[in-house]
Write a protein that binds this ligand. Sequence first.
Ligand SMILES: Cc1cc2nc3c(=O)[nH]c(=O)nc-3n(C[C@H](O)[C@H](O)[C@H](O)COP(=O)(O)OP(=O)(O)OC[C@H]3O[C@@H](n4cnc5c(N)ncnc54)[C@H](O)[C@@H]3O)c2cc1C
Length: 469
Amino acid sequence: MSRVALVGAGAVGTRTALDLADHGVAVTLFERGEIGWDGETAVETPGDAASSRAAGVLYDAYAEDVDAALGARSLERFRAFDGTEGFLFHECPYAILVREGDDERAAATRRAVERMREHDRQVETLAPEQVGERFPTLHADDLAVAAVADNAGWADTGAYVAALLTTARAAGVEIRDETPVTLASPTTVATPGGRESFDAVVVAAGAHTAQVCAGVDVDLAAVPYRVQALTGAVVAGSPGSGDGRVGGDGGGADEGSAGGGGGDEGGGADADDSPHGGDPHPGPMWYDATAGVYARPHPDGILAGDGTVPEATDPDAWDREADDWFVADTREVAAHRLRGSAAATGDSHEASTSGEPTGDTDATTTTDPSVSVERSWAGVCTATPDGDPLLGHVRDGLYVATGWQGHGFMRSPAHAELLAELVAADLGVATASPASVPSGETALSAFDPTRFPAGVEFEVREGMLVEER
Ligand SMILES: Cc1cc2nc3c(=O)[nH]c(=O)nc-3n(C[C@H](O)[C@H](O)[C@H](O)COP(=O)(O)OP(=O)(O)OC[C@H]3O[C@@H](n4cnc5c(N)ncnc54)[C@H](O)[C@@H]3O)c2cc1C
């Protein structure tokens, strides 16, 4: 039986490990962080992993054909995994909002929607009054245009990785946590316990991927940078003074905010990540593209973010707490966007998170909500020169997966599937199914990790800008 080492138990590495196991490969998954188990069930995911700290906004509204195909395939796989080991996929539309006066972005958004529709994505442009009618919780008066994607949803990212880990272990993947890996050769893994050779090694170590690969002189154009998020309740009434934080920062995964504990909703895979368990503000998910802030429903009320700090950060020494400017700006934009919104509750799963009017919604109109912050944190994403990931083969037997510009969680199921198919094919293992993504070959050539010259320098830029993707 072929043996493969997977380095990194984030969403990408764990999904790839599980897919390789399904191809009949013997997989060992190495993770430098700690994974908590309750018997056979993973209840705590590595606290520093971007996957444990991500917002869990999921959609396929991409204008590029490969991105659209992989986004759609990922949503298919998230839905297929719904209900597994406590993981839940919450259906919820995603609205990209562009403000009046932001003319270039508005035009670019209209063009992007046309391209998304050419790729059969369920996306439409709405005028402000249509936004207000469809989503009464959103303040739409200041908008020039909105693009609404219906094939979308959100998930507790820690709970997802925990469910994958539980499933992977049950499928025979050997999981070794608290085991940092360096490479002694492209197919030899060195850990504090010694060296071990494999038929292939896949490095999906997030922000550390370039560092790990540098050990065998592979130069990857991947630069780590900080991204931030917060959760909070939308409170009716005038915005309060102060920073609006309740109980301090929460300080990231270590204090049970994002990640550690297996999910941002706290408490791991066993956590009640259902909207019924908390008090999520109604949807839709929205991205105010002019302000650069997004939000989705969350049991605390909303989870909001972007907070990209577009500069390289040290993956071993970064500030896990959110910056004051991020918390202040995000509160302000969220309060503005939800101004005039309804503090609504609904009994049905869909009604409570989609934000669309329903018969059983009890809406109380308010004019000046504020956002009282429950938790805020930072995590590390990885940038590449062209914003596309580095996915595939770099040396005989050595593969990498990183560089999603803050959009890696939503595309991880399809990217992992492609990578597992590539590795399995190279190992001569018969694949159980034909290439799952029609444009598989194109995707892999678009994401060729060796496409940049060694030592290329580039500026870290914000994730995926509407006007570009
Ligand atoms: C605040 C925030 C919000 C985000 N929101 C979204 C979102 O809404 N939607 C979306 O699609 N994406 C989002 N992202 C981006 C997303 O989190 C990442 O793109 C994705 O999770 C990357 O997954 P990964 O498995 O590649 O890396 P990671 O999740 O970082 O996993 C890598 C793992 O490798 C381990 N590791 C590192 N070095 C070693 C080593 N030497 N040996 C062994 N193990 C090692 C790490 O400990 C880690 O567990 C967000 C990110 C942040 C920070």
